[in-house]
Design a protein around this ligand. Structure first.
Ligand code: SAM
Length: 428
């Protein structure tokens, strides 16, 4: 969005480039024709998105120059840790992290189970410190457009499953493109997630058209359309989509089988792996707190996400929805979510960890808390308000009636207050 800084290309190596932000260098995938060393571009999620004219870039950089270094100072101050206060049972784990040793499953469970306030405080401080060391104060903000709430699946956790009696909507290609165009022209978004249930109304031709038209606006097109065919994902890559969000939901195949009838964990994982092979920037992860989930399952979820080598970790707490089979199952606590963010940060120090709406729904301070526990990336909901309240994947979703202007204002204020700058995170 408007919270974005142009980067200067300083080195090109086949399809990757090193870009510079005020002396800080990041590696990105170069996905633009006719760019050379010295050109300015916008990058999002580790990939170049759009070229920007030199005079325009230099003007923007002039405005950012002072602010960037101010923000850096704030971030560095917030990322300091008091080594003397480390909890004993986590001390050796945290020392291993500092020594860059691989963290074992039992060490992850130790971190996930920390529950004393003082212990958790230190856990989050160390995670934030690791984030800062790896990424400096870089942070990215994507927009999301939820274009259809129809779904053919019967996932028992989801408020949009095919048994739920909800008012359904579909946005036409023109509506989706107009929403995207507004996000680009009015709010300067550079990356847009297009999300829906598994809705076969949008066949290959319709989705190809939508992707081509949204990509033509000069943004990163990020798909979140569920388990559609590999052939379709290939066609959408050719049409210009470059990132895909597909969670495996749980690493426990028994829980998966029970909650997602007619689908298997193996098939979902096979598709996720194929997306990476096709060249997509991958975002994947899980829900926490599903019925029968143990701390070991949660550690396995983190390790499986890591094994899939995503550019982005996307996970969030399960939240119940009236009318679903899991309506009486309780959400996990915000503390467990924050512990999970911190554990992910230690397992993947250079990972990009997304702060999700479900986290925000659990607690009003969770955005700030998550960013200070290792998260570094956010999304703003751009779905038109008339549709947004119908995209009820779970009850009481945060932000369903918040205007885009208000969301942008709150997000930029929060990021500023934490010293985070909109430089791209780059590739892992
Ligand atoms: N249909 C696509 C898919 O399956 O990936 C994208 C839409 S789906 C609604 C997006 C994500 O919402 C899912 O991957 C799931 O993790 C999350 N979700 C669904 N129901 C949820 C619930 N009750 N609480 C929290 N997250 C939920």
């Amino acid at each position: 969005m408007c919270y974005a800084i142009p980067a200067k290309i300083v080195k090109i190596d086949d399809n990757t480039a090193i870009v510079d932000y005020f002396g800080e260098e990041k590696k990105i995938l170069l996905d633009l024709e006719n760019v050379k060393i010295g050109d300015y571009i916008y990058a999002q999620g580790g990939i170049s998105v759009r070229k920007i004219q030199e005079d325009e870039a230099e003007e923007i950089l002039k405005i950012w120059q002072e602010t960037f270094f101010e923000l850096k100072k704030t971030d560095e101050a917030l990322a300091k840790i008091d080594q003397n206060n480390l909890p004993k049972n986590a001390l050796h784990v945290l020392q291993n992290i500092n020594l860059r040793k691989t963290i074992k499953k039992d060490e992850i469970t130790t971190l996930l189970d920390l529950n004393l306030t003082e212990e958790r405080k230190v856990l989050y401080e160390v995670a934030n410190n690791v984030r800062q060391k790896e990424h400096g104060n870089a942070s990215c903000v994507h927009g999301i457009i939820e274009f259809s709430n129809y779904c053919q699946n019967g996932c028992s956790y989801c408020g949009l499953n095919n048994q739920q009696k909800v008012t359904r909507y579909r946005m036409s290609a023109d509506e989706i493109v107009a929403t995207a165009q507004h996000a680009v022209d009015e709010y300067e978004f550079k990356a847009l997630v297009l999300q829906s249930g598994e809705d076969y109304f949008y066949d290959d031709a319709k989705l190809i058209e939508i992707v081509k038209r949204v990509r033509a606006l000069g943004v990163l097109v990020f798909l979140s359309i569920g388990s559609r065919s590999k052939e379709l994902y290939e066609k959408l890559y050719d049409a210009g989509a470059r990132a895909a969000l597909l969670r495996f939901e749980t690493s426990n195949s028994e829980i998966f089988k029970q909650l997602r009838p007619g689908t298997t964990l193996d098939d979902r994982l096979d598709l996720i792996k194929s997306l990476t092979k096709m060249g997509y920037i991958l975002a994947t992860g899980f829900m926490l707190g599903l019925p029968d989930e143990t701390t070991e399952d949660l550690a396995n979820n983190i390790l499986l996400t890591h094994a899939l080598q995503p550019e982005m970790y996307s996970f969030g707490p399960f939240i119940p929805t009236k009318g679903t089979a899991l309506e009486s199952h309780q959400s996990s606590s915000i503390e467990k979510v924050l512990n999970t963010i911190a554990a992910c940060r230690f397992v993947a120090p250079s990972g990009n960890i997304l702060l999700t709406t479900a986290m925000e729904t659990l607690s009003p301070t969770s955005k700030r808390d998550a960013l200070l526990a290792g998260a570094n990336s956010m999304m703003i909901n751009l779905t038109p308000l008339s549709y947004r309240k119908l995209y009820n994947i779970y009850d009481n979703r945060a932000g369903i009636d918040k205007s885009i202007e208000k969301s942008i204002q709150e997000t930029t204020e929060l990021l500023y207050s934490l010293g985070r700058a909109p430089t791209d995170i780059g590739l892992n």
